[in-house]
Ligand binder design. Structure first.
Ligand SMILES: [Zn+2]
Length: 375
């Protein structure tokens, strides 16, 4: 056995825990906090209780709520300016993957000793310095970003760059299921399937797969397959919501240490060119990539298929689940036309960072064949 495992410094799972953020800020001796979120959450009033709790405790809180989905480098730089303006000495990321990813980068870039520009950070292990105290509070059960050392930023019209460095792991992840009860069914389903993809791809990753990531991936799949239907169709069910949040977090820890692969590589072009949300793009290509991998992952898939129910074949179990969750299952349903498929396949080849983790080599013609099957 030979592996290296990293995870957030502290994990708190507790309904209503987001109300304790001022206490955690005090514990970390912070005096001016920048909370990074998105306009949707602000409009829903989801920041109101948090703001009130900071006011009651007399701790200065500034909210930056301009994070868009698939955030650009400009969004990150605007958030850094907001941190400068309030002399922030602690960052809270509050929302889905996008606000949490931006918060991680602001915590690096606004550190007093930082000398790097945003573009210096892209790549694996490029972050040189430290970061400000950082707490991440997910409001969707999907990306697991609160458990990962990764931030994905849109750097061109359709291109994304990743920052991967251990400094991006937070001091603390807070899983408060009360924040997720209002998520619409389609978002719950798609983000939940994304989290299940994280577990499946971690379990079959060609690199860094290890006994602890395996254990987390299996447990994450077991938990989420039992609760994803209830969380989707009965969104007020706090038990199902909490289990999904916990499952997605475990999957995040798994793929932090055993990285994701071809499902994500083939999903990214759908987001880049057609604006398909991350979770849904993964759900669309998932069963077909599993079918493609089957010749080399038969045994591994046989380990995890029983965690999803009584169906022995993983690809069939996943197709059935996606159907039960009432998610689209073809590319044409999300606006892709047949003539787009070669462009998607050639774009997927740009994701070598992910393809290299896939258990089976994926050529451009393989990718095209997969898209054609899903079309
Ligand atoms: Zn994902």
């Amino acid at each position: 056995m030979n592996f290296d495992f990293i995870s957030p410094g502290r994990l708190l799972v507790q309904q209503g825990a987001s109300q304790q953020l001022p206490s955690f800020a005090r514990e970390m001796q912070a005096q001016s906090i920048l909370l990074i979120s998105d306009p949707g959450l602000a409009a829903l009033g989801m920041l109101d209780d948090v703001k009130a709790s900071f006011q009651q405790q007399g701790i200065a809180l500034t909210c930056f709520t301009d994070v868009t989905a698939d955030p650009s480098d400009t969004v990150v730089l605007n958030a850094v300016q907001a941190a400068q303006a309030c002399s922030a000495d602690m960052i809270i990321g509050f929302g889905g993957g996008s606000p949490m990813d931006v918060a991680k980068l602001v915590a690096i870039l606004h550190h007093p000793a930082n000398t790097q520009a945003l573009e210096d950070l892209y790549g694996i292990g490029m972050v040189q310095g430290s970061r400000l105290p950082l707490i991440l509070v997910p409001t969707t059960a999907g990306t697991g970003s609160e458990a990962t050392p990764i931030a994905i930023i849109t750097t061109g019209a359709t291109t994304k760059s990743g920052v991967v460095a251990p400094q991006l792991l937070p001091d603390m992840a807070v899983l408060d299921a009360t924040l997720t009860v209002g998520l619409p069914a389609a978002v719950t389903a798609a983000t939940g399937v994304d989290a299940m993809v994280h577990a499946i791809e971690a379990y079959t990753s060609r690199h860094k797969k290890n006994p602890l990531s395996d254990l987390l991936a299996r447990e994450a799949l077991s938990i989420m397959s039992r609760h994803i239907r209830t969380a989707t169709h009965q969104g007020h069910d706090l038990v199902a919501r909490e289990q999904m949040l916990f499952g997605a977090h475990l999957a995040g820890q798994a793929f932090t240490n055993a990285p994701v692969a071809a499902v994500h590589a083939l999903a990214y072009p759908l987001g880049g060119h057609f604006g398909v949300p991350h979770g849904l793009s993964n759900a669309l290509v998932l069963p077909e990539v599993v079918r493609f991998n089957m010749p080399v992952t038969r045994d591994l898939y046989a380990d995890i298929a029983p965690l999803l129910g009584s169906e022995p074949e993983l690809d069939v179990a996943l197709s059935t689940l996606i159907e039960e969750l009432e998610l689209p299952s073809t590319l044409r349903e999300v606006g892709v036309t047949e003539k787009d498929l070669p462009m998607l396949a050639s774009d997927a080849m740009l994701q070598q960072r992910l393809l290299t983790n896939n258990p089976r080599d994926v050529s451009e013609s393989d990718a095209l064949a997969i898209y054609q099957q899903v079309y």
